[in-house]
Design a protein around this ligand. Structure first.
Ligand code: AMP
Ligand code: MG
Length: 345
């Protein structure tokens, strides 16, 4: 199959979305931009489209797909909503928040990975919402990478992983957030929520609406996911470039740089903040942006993991970030990229 790329950044954007909607209605797949990462979109109403998503990504069939809707209230058609769902939707939808609800029968079991629940998100990206509206289908869309690889934040990343497997990619430029949505489950009787995957809607933002917010242990410790985690995605290898990622817990940038200098061998790269880069006299620094801009670190992470492979590094050094706010999203991805290991110095 030939994979075409249509730009959303010129006057043909409307036609590109119509073409994508035709594919969705015909049960085919399209790579689409969202504000978080690029998604591999298919109709959430067709088991067959979901089957194609798992096959194209090489994703295990028990790792459920997030279903995207154009309006928060459209969740009614596919799931059993609760008052807390609407309170959260009021504040954070459209946006990078995914809420797990009990599902209705229109959603095939293939989409929900055999679970009786379904994950719902209303994306903020105008093209993603327009595609859902024009196609008239809720859209199942996991990240548009090969399973296990870093998520795609540009159309070129999607092409790298899925060329020849899907007919169309919509190019909306780089994603503005760059890490996947926050995934939460609501506690029984709407008594708070639990974060299963951290994202740009942070613990504090959720607490402003929910009162009680727990962070699942597996978010910062992949070893705690177990065989039957609350979110199946927790147990899989994730975000892994080919190079080995070594994650360092260092008290400051100087100690991090000294460790890398003492241990770095061969062809290696270093993830570090712009202002810290001069401290690394060996290895090549891949800049995360300004030290105090944690949202920028998260935005750049996946593209830098891919760049490390393109440059053929054997090893990539990274420093353990803070474990709150948007930094928790970075933490969750980098610890998985490092296979769950932390080197404490
Ligand atoms: P991705 O599709 O790559 O953004 O990953 C979606 C994440 O949401 C995975 O970690 C899934 O395990 C999680 N997820 C999706 N649906 C559910 C669900 N019904 N219950 C729990 N976790 C879910
Ligand atoms: Mg993914």
């Amino acid at each position: 199959m030939k994979t075409e790329i249509y730009s959303l950044l010129d006057e043909n954007a409307g036609r590109a979305i119509e073409k994508a909607a035709e594919y969705i209605c015909a049960g085919e797949l399209v790579g689409i931009p969202t504000e978080t990462v690029y998604g591999l979109a298919g109709s959430a109403l067709f088991a067959e489209a979901a089957g194609k998503i798992y096959a194209a990504k090489g994703r295990p069939g028990d790792n459920p797909l997030i279903v995207h809707v154009a309006e928060p209230a459209d969740a009614e058609n596919i799931a059993h909503t609760t008052p807390l769902y609407y309170a959260l939707a009021e504040k954070y939808m459209p946006g990078p928040l995914t809420i797990i609800l009990s599902k209705k029968d229109v959603i095939p079991d293939t989409v929900s990975g055999g679970l009786q629940t379904v994950a719902i998100r209303c994306p903020a990206h105008p093209a993603a919402r327009e595609l859902i509206r024009v196609s008239g289908h809720p859209i199942a869309a996991p990240s548009a990478n090969s399973s296990g690889k870093p998520s795609p934040t540009t159309a070129a990343h999607v092409y790298e992983d899925l060329q020849g497997k899907i007919p169309l990619i919509l190019d909306g430029g780089p994603c503005s957030i760059g890490v996947e949505s926050t995934v939460i489950a609501l506690e029984p009787d709407d008594n708070g929520c639990v974060i299963l995957r951290p994202g740009a809607v942070t613990e504090d933002m959720l607490a402003a609406v929910c009162g009680s917010v727990r962070v699942a242990e597996a978010v910062t410790d992949p070893g705690k996911a177990g065989d039957k985690p609350q979110s199946p995605g927790m147990k899989y290898k994730h975000y892994s470039p080919r190079c080995q990622v070594i994650l360092i817990k260092a008290p400051d940038a100087a100690a991090y740089a000294a460790y890398v200098k003492a241990h770095g061998t061969g062809h290696y790269g270093v993830l570090a903040a712009e202002e810290e880069s001069a401290q690394f006299s060996t290895g090549t620094v891949l800049s995360l942006g300004r030290a105090d801009d944690e949202a920028e670190h998260a935005r750049r992470l996946f593209a830098l993991l891919r760049q490390a492979d393109q440059r053929g590094y054997e090893t990539l050094y990274a420093r353990l970030p803070a474990d709150h706010g948007i930094a928790l999203a970075y933490y969750n991805r980098i610890i998985r990229a490092a296979g769950g290991e932390i080197v404490e110095i």
